[in-house]
Design a protein. Structure first.
Length: 344
């Protein structure tokens, strides 16, 4: 099943997708209702948040410092490791096009400018990890952790960042659809009702305990002028449960591998309900007994309604070599097969 980009030609005048990359100017006022979250939680989140600086150094005059321009946001996890959105660290190179910067400068809450080197990244999921040089790590005031488990609609969240290059500021809201999709990444996104702007990208989406439940990724806004940065309350974040897998693999120096089931699917009508049916089958699903035209019902008791949902289940909840139960409908019979997942 294909997910259509929100900036399709017939919608471009009504909706515009904005990938956050900040400019230095005041942000629009952020509104939030009173919240019971603790001041200690806010302070630690603020101290763990960093700005990703734009490279404004003129190579013709290396002795003259460049201007301070914050183009994105990140957060310090621990031991000098800083996480941000990959697109917040991209740079246009005249000869090779858009590249990921191997070295960046970050700005701490108390205005220390620190160098950091790349450790690993994932274009697939818009996440990149940098590490601050050892001699500067003591200047990082605080760190944070990824929250255990998944999120739920209605959860109270907040973010700290540099909207439009200015801040740090805080915005508060609640989670909406925690299983939504854009064409910008190959995995699900968490939607939140929370004020964010260009420049918030890469910042942490925090829960009430100050733990990371997501990494700020994109906004959707309805302005017609596509040449300016804007703000919106319709925001999207990379799920923390998935980002943590990327980070852990990078820190361990290992490539992140995903489980392979071995089926390609197509939409079919099952009574009055649309379901996913097996269009093509290969190992390991074929070896386990799954056949072409089987209607997929569930994996490990989780009902599967579309291809993206199955893909996310495999990415987030399984590892290669794991055995999973797959329930299918074949003609009039419901069958369960046990598949040992491959890797890839």
């Amino acid at each position: 099943m294909r997910i259509h980009h929100m900036v399709s030609s017939h919608l471009s005048r009504l909706f515009m997708f904005t990938a956050w990359a900040g400019v230095t100017m005041l942000a629009a006022p952020l509104s939030a209702e009173p919240t019971p979250l603790s001041q200690d939680t806010f302070l630690r989140a603020k101290q763990a948040t960093v700005g990703i600086l734009e490279d404004t150094q003129d190579q013709r005059t290396p002795e003259k410092p460049g201007k301070i321009v914050v183009r994105g946001t990140g957060f310090h996890l621990r031991d000098g490791y800083v996480i941000t959105a990959r697109h917040a660290a991209e740079k246009h190179d005249p000869s090779t096009g858009t590249i990921i910067q191997k070295h960046v400068r970050i700005l701490t809450n108390d205005l220390n400018e620190l160098p950091a080197d790349i450790v690993g990244d994932s274009a697939f999921m818009d996440v990149v990890i940098y590490r601050v040089a050892e001699e500067h790590r003591s200047k990082l005031q605080a760190g944070t952790v990824f929250a255990a488990g998944d999120v739920a609609p209605g959860m109270e969240v907040f973010t700290v960042g540099y909207p439009l290059g200015w801040g740090p500021t805080m915005a508060f809201g609640r989670l909406g659809n925690t299983n939504t999709f854009l064409q910008t990444v190959e995995t699900r996104l968490i939607q939140a009702d929370l004020s964010a702007c260009s420049g918030n990208s890469g910042g942490g989406l925090f829960n009430a305990q100050g733990e990371i439940v997501g990494i700020m990724h994109a906004i959707i806004q309805t302005e017609k002028d596509e040449t300016q940065a804007h703000c919106s309350r319709m925001t999207f974040a990379i799920p923390g449960i998935l980002a943590e897998r990327i980070v852990n693999a990078a820190l361990a120096g290992k490539p992140l591998t995903f489980s392979k089931l071995g089926i390609h699917m197509t939409s079919v009508k099952d009574g009055t309900k649309w379901r996913m049916a097996v269009k093509e089958v290969a190992d390991p699903a074929k070896e386990a007994g799954i056949q072409k035209h089987d209607i997929l019902l569930a994996i490990e008791d989780t009902e599967i309604l579309d291809a993206a949902q199955l893909k996310n289940y495999l990415i987030e909840r399984t590892t290669p070599g794991q055995e999973v139960s797959v329930k299918v409908r074949r003609i009039d019979a419901d069958l369960t097969f046990h598949v040992v997942l491959g890797g890839g």
